[in-house]
Design a protein around this ligand. Structure first.
Ligand SMILES: C[S@@+](CC[C@H](N)C(=O)[O-])C[C@H]1O[C@@H](n2cnc3c(N)ncnc32)[C@H](O)[C@@H]1O
Length: 283
């Protein structure tokens, strides 16, 4: 494997950080703004009953469930993730809360998006959400996703453009410090991924590539923290510590300043972030 960020090695990070990361996935999944992004992505896939679909980097596996609804009992859903822990958790949730019989069966499998365990042209539709930003070789992954898509099939990539992150209600100087510190951390190495999806898909040979940038808006710290985790007190420290810090004392001061400013902004805090949904056809 060739990944770089903590989400690229979920099973290896300390338990406290892993719990924070799974908690983040859980909160994001139920956040109305992420649900809005997912509706755009699902519409873009144009699924039909009977389709075979792949969700690559499936996390806790909830998107696979909505794919199973869309493709119906004659369809098939494969959901793959490198994390054994997340795949086991997704499988457990499916066992505890099975889908109605008129839905497609879902298979959760451990697998790497840069080396997928599927033959060429296996799927009618393929999606990959907020995974490429964590990889050292995202173009290898995109090529692999194109490989497993059938000719004429659709491929939808969803990823964040962290550099689009903007705030109202925080001092400019503090936001500048956040950018200078975080953007140079290895944990944010894929921070511009969203806006690069179009060119990556085109380079990988996909045709009719369409972009839908979705701009998310959050009011207050709690609302934002469901998606922009580091707005929350404590999470910024964890993120900075996970990124091989050069000056932990300076990071502690910065994190304290950040937490104080976020608390004092309260409901005046406005957070804006763009997530890109980009779809192409395999020729
Ligand atoms: C931010 S999470 C997004 C999960 C899910 N797509 C979602 O939207 O909730 C990133 C996911 O990518 C998975 N991942 C990271 N590197 C991967 C790889 N090389 N192949 C497959 N999955 C990978 C992680 O284990 C994690 O579940």
């Amino acid at each position: 494997m060739t990944e770089t960020t903590t989400f690229a090695r979920v099973d290896e990070v300390p338990a406290g950080l892993r719990d924070a990361m799974t908690g983040y996935l859980e909160r994001a999944a139920t956040h109305p703004e992420i649900q809005r992004v997912r509706r755009v992505a699902q519409d873009a896939l144009e699924l039909r009953p009977g389709n075979r679909v792949l969700d690559a980097g499936c996390g806790l596996g909830e998107v696979a469930r909505s794919l199973a609804v869309a493709v119906g009992a004659r369809g098939e859903v494969d959901a793959v993730d490198t994390s054994r822990l997340l795949v086991d958790e997704a499988s457990r949730r499916l066992r505890d809360d099975p889908l109605p019989v008129d839905r497609a069966a879902i298979r959760y499998t451990v697998g790497d998006v840069v080396d997928l365990p599927f033959d060429d042209a296996t799927f009618d539709a393929v999606r990959c959400e907020r995974v490429l930003q964590h990889l050292a070789e995202p173009d290898r992954a995109v090529a692999e996703l194109v490989r497993v898509t059938a000719p004429g099939g659709r491929l939808t990539l969803v990823d964040t453009d962290w550099e689009s992150l903007a705030f109202d209600g925080l001092p400019d100087e503090l936001v500048g410090r956040l950018r200078r510190r975080l953007w140079h951390s290895p944990v944010m190495s894929g921070r511009s991924m969203g806006r690069t999806l179009r060119s990556r898909l085109i380079r990988a040979g996909a045709g009719e590539v369409r972009c839908e940038p979705v701009t998310l808006c959050f009011t207050g710290p709690e609302d934002a923290a469901g998606v922009v985790g580091f707005v929350e007190p404590g999470t910024l420290e964890m993120l900075l510590a996970a990124g091989a810090p050069v000056d932990p004392a300076a990071d502690a001061v910065f994190a304290a300043d950040w937490a104080a400013a976020v608390a004092s902004a309260g409901s005046d805090l406005l957070t804006v972030l763009t997530i890109w949904v980009v779809t192409g056809l395999r020729g």
